[in-house]
Design a protein around this ligand. Structure first.
Ligand code: ADP
Ligand code: MG
Ligand code: ZN
Length: 620
């Protein structure tokens, strides 16, 4: 309270002032204002915004404007600790209550709660029912309960947390019902309805903002050798921070070891590691001590390191929801960033394995488990639709979330690629005919892999065993690359000229004949150029690049002194602006978006001094 009064005098601050002075942002982003206004009017609210969309501001600003205390329920310890640290750098007193506190620390927080020192308290859901917490809370009016990552309440989501189901009990327990607001990036109807129902929201204002993340570049590539491709991608991005997602713990460990052997400043994270090691590795990444994080999807929710400039998926994830959330961890600072997925057929098998062998979930009945499985199969198919599309990747993602989009975005692998229409009738006939002859020989339909290899003329021992090297279509396609034949075969399946049966064999369909007997010609779009360009240039001229480095060093020193991650002090985007504008004094510094009064007071001098020294060095 003290700080608020010194900043604004006795007049209650309005939301614009708060946004400018605390956060240093010049204007609200889409959806933020409507959510804040509704909460301030006493309405319950649901905010559905993509990762990086700016959900925190939507409950933090009301928290600062209301009397009493705001409780923020949040699923992850690291997330909470980071958010509270971020508030602190802005001059806002908050606290967190979770397992990372020692008992004496916990008592101290409770004491301060009683005297009304905090405006915002982050709490882990399983702590809501604890006696000490409830007792400390009884001294204050709770004006709002904000539920962050609210999709955790739904069993339909990927991150179901049973403890989230207790939130509404907690709210019922309070003497006066506070405003309840829920936030998530998950947009599906099932999840949204679960949130409203299970949190018992009263006629909430639902705000769904656009899903497009304009600064992200999307691509899917199919390298022959993933590891080799990974190294070449990383080489082009040496000075940048990025995440590499793998689908299994084993591949995380293998890739992390390979990177380390080659001298990359990398670290890794998966759920099988000791808690302590995980925390250490996560910190190394957050604090920029290590530039590359190799991880399973266990690393993620609640990671809001803002200067992640690429997310590479080493394997295809199991759904578009999961992909968009993980890829969305790139470019939170609004800077250009890349999302690249590496795809191979093996990824489909891995994804299918996970669907067939789900983690135990005792809270679901057998029937529900079956429903979840069916839904996961649907999701996988949608993911495959994305991977295989020759249309705009961004458009395909937005379409999945039910959003309209132009046919070309100009900023994805497909929009940046020249496709040429190619006549594939001959290749298609070879494949269809091979399916037919293999069936005649064996009496059953074999899988895609065997068909493609037969047409190509591989020396696989399995082909010999089955006698497939004796049929007339063996090696008729020896002049085409194997992967190309596979692509044509996939294409035939997608158009219904072939179908996959329950034994994974591929069969002819009624449509096959028209192509097989030459009545119909088939075209397919193929990538004309496969060379990729790097789309991200963060620092522009040599001069600003040097200045950026100087500022980065200054920020690093501050981060050591203050024990907060560098990006919480200032993001790369803001640092970049400073490097370009080279402010000479406090007033000029305050003009830069992203610098609030508190930050300027706290850190401004360090940056101004660094600029001055650098300029003097330039002259001499
Ligand atoms: P989310 O929780 O929705 O993933 P965050 O609340 O962590 O997103 O915000 C992501 C980033 O966007 C942060 O760096 C934050 O400072 C920035 N941001 C939020 N609101 C604005 C705004 N109105 N203008 C500029 N940047 C903003
Ligand atoms: Mg968030
Ligand atoms: Zn596009």
């Amino acid at each position: 309270m003290i700080i608020l009064e010194t900043l604004f005098g006795s007049k209650a601050p309005d939301k614009y002032e708060l946004l400018r002075n605390y956060y240093g942002h010049m204007s609200f982003r889409q959806g933020q204002e409507a959510l804040i206004d509704n909460i301030m009017a006493g309405n319950d609210a649901v905010g559905i915004m993509p990762t990086g969309g700016g959900k925190s501001v939507c409950y933090q600003i009301p928290a600062l404007m209301m009397d009493g205390i705001t409780i923020v329920v949040s699923p992850l310890v690291s997330l909470m600790n980071d958010q509270v640290a971020a508030l602190k750098t802005m001059g806002i007193r908050g606290a967190y209550i979770n397992s990372s506190l020692t008992f004496p620390q916990l008592l101290k927080v409770y004491d301060r709660m009683k005297t009304g020192e905090y405006r915002i308290i982050y709490v882990a859901p399983e702590r809501l029912a604890s006696e000490g917490f409830l007792a400390a809370l009884s001294y204050q009016k709770v004006s709002m309960v904000a539920v962050d990552e609210a999709h955790c309440i739904s069993q339909w989501g990927n991150d179901f947390r049973p403890s989230y189901l207790r939130i509404s009990e907690f709210i019922d327990f309070l003497p006066e019902r506070p405003v309840v607001a829920a936030f998530t990036a998950t947009a599906t109807d099932e999840v949204r309805n679960d949130i409203i129902r299970l949190l018992k929201l009263k006629d909430p204002h639902v705000e769904i903002t656009g899903y497009d993340r304009k600064n992200l570049y999307f691509d899917v590539i199919r390298p022959k050798n993933k590891l080799k491709e990974l190294f070449s991608l990383l080489n082009e991005r040496r000075d940048k921070s990025g995440i590499i997602y793998c689908s299994t713990r084993k591949s995380v460990e293998e890739i992390a070891a390979a990177l380390e052997a080659r001298g990359y400043a990398s670290t890794c994270y998966h759920a099988g590691m000791e808690q302590e090691e995980r925390q250490r590795n996560q910190d190394d990444f957050q604090y920029d001590r290590k530039r590359v994080m190799v991880a399973t999807n266990a690393f993620g929710m609640g990671i809001d390191k803002s200067n992640v400039s690429y997310v590479i998926h080493y394997n295809m994830p199991k759904s578009i929801e999961a992909y968009y959330q993980e890829a969305g961890r790139a470019g939170r600072d609004g800077e250009e960033a890349e999302c690249i997925m590496m795809f191979s057929k093996r990824d489909v098998q891995i994804a299918e394995y996970f669907i067939e062998n789900p983690e135990e979930n005792e809270e679901l009945t057998e029937e529900q488990q079956e429903a979840v499985k069916q839904m996961n199969i649907k999701r996988l198919h949608a993911m495959l639709g994305y991977v295989g599309t020759r249309d705009c990747f961004r458009g395909k993602l937005l379409e999945y979330f039910g959003e309209k989009h132009p046919p070309f975005c100009g900023k994805c692998g497909n929009c940046g690629t020249d496709f040429k229409e190619q006549d594939i009738t001959k290749e298609a006939q070879m494949l269809l005919s091979c399916v037919k002859r293999a069936h005649t020989l064996l009496g059953y339909y074999v899988g895609e892999n065997l068909i493609v290899n037969t047409v190509f003329g591989s020396r696989l021992s399995r082909l010999k065993e089955l006698g497939l090297d004796t049929i007339t279509t063996y090696a008729v396609g020896k002049n085409y690359p194997l992967e190309y034949l596979r692509e044509v075969c996939d294409y035939l399946i997608s158009l219904g000229y072939l179908k996959v049966n329950e034994h994974k064999g591929i069969e002819l369909t009624e449509k096959s004949g028209t192509v097989l007997f030459g009545k119909k010609k088939l075209n397919m779009k193929v990538r004309a150029d496969t060379k990729r360009v790097i789309h991200v240039t963060r620092e522009s001229t040599a001069n600003t690049k040097n200045m950026f480095e100087v500022l980065r060093q200054a920020r690093f020193n501050l981060s050591l002194k203050e024990h907060v991650p560098a990006y919480i002090i200032l993001t790369d985007a803001v640092l970049n602006e400073i490097a370009i504008k080279e402010p000479q004094n406090m007033d000029e510094l305050l003009q830069i978006p992203g610098i609030g009064k508190t930050k300027a007071n706290k850190y401004g001098k360090a940056f101004l001094d660094a600029i001055k020294t650098a300029k003097e060095n330039q002259k001499s």
